[in-house]
Design a protein around this ligand. Sequence first.
Ligand SMILES: Cc1cc2nc3c(=O)[nH]c(=O)nc-3n(C[C@H](O)[C@H](O)[C@H](O)COP(=O)(O)O)c2cc1C
Length: 199
Amino acid sequence: MSKLLVINGSVIPSDKSNSHEMARVFLEEYKKVNPNDEIIELDLNKLVVGTNVLTTETFSTYWGEEEGMKYINQLKDVDKLLVIAPMYNFHVSGMLKNYIDHVALANQTFSYKYATKGASIGLLDKLKVQILATQGAPKGWYQWGDHVAYLKGTWEFMGAKVAEPILLAGVKVEPLSTQSPKEIVSSITSDLIAAAKKF
Ligand SMILES: Cc1cc2nc3c(=O)[nH]c(=O)nc-3n(C[C@H](O)[C@H](O)[C@H](O)COP(=O)(O)O)c2cc1C
């Protein structure tokens, strides 16, 4: 039995959210293949770890037992992580960035200890990650914003094995912009099911 952590980094209510619909399809298949797994959900909208910004004021408590360390220990305890990640202003949501600011901690999730020539060692080396991403624009419209590459690189930096991310792009452009999340996501159902079976 494995433990799967699901992190919601979308600000859109679930019934109107494309990324939630992707996660729903993915998890439906995942549960068929792994009926005994424990699934833990973190809605960053409702948690301090998602809403607390790193500032001069918060710096001294940011990685305390009740905040950063709690979530770092959770990442060490689970086997798999599903990240729900829409693009907002060319990046992940502020909530997801806040979460990463809490868990990307030297000597906990990565280490420079054995580093040579600027390399580092990721310490989350038993974690598998699947990224489910959305964006309004078609893929490749922005050279200055690639939230999927940012996420993949960040989790790999922390030692995780990242499965091929699934990006649903162009949801704000016709024809997808006229469709419901269910209709939009139906165009990539087979990719989601294939990824869930392998995860
Ligand atoms: C505040 C806001 C900012 C957004 N910024 C971008 C953006 O910079 N680039 C882009 O392609 N889409 C952008 N979008 C579109 C969202 O990525 C897209 O609608 C996404 O599907 C919303 O989240 P959801 O997948 O949970 O529904 C933005 C949407 C919102 C609400």
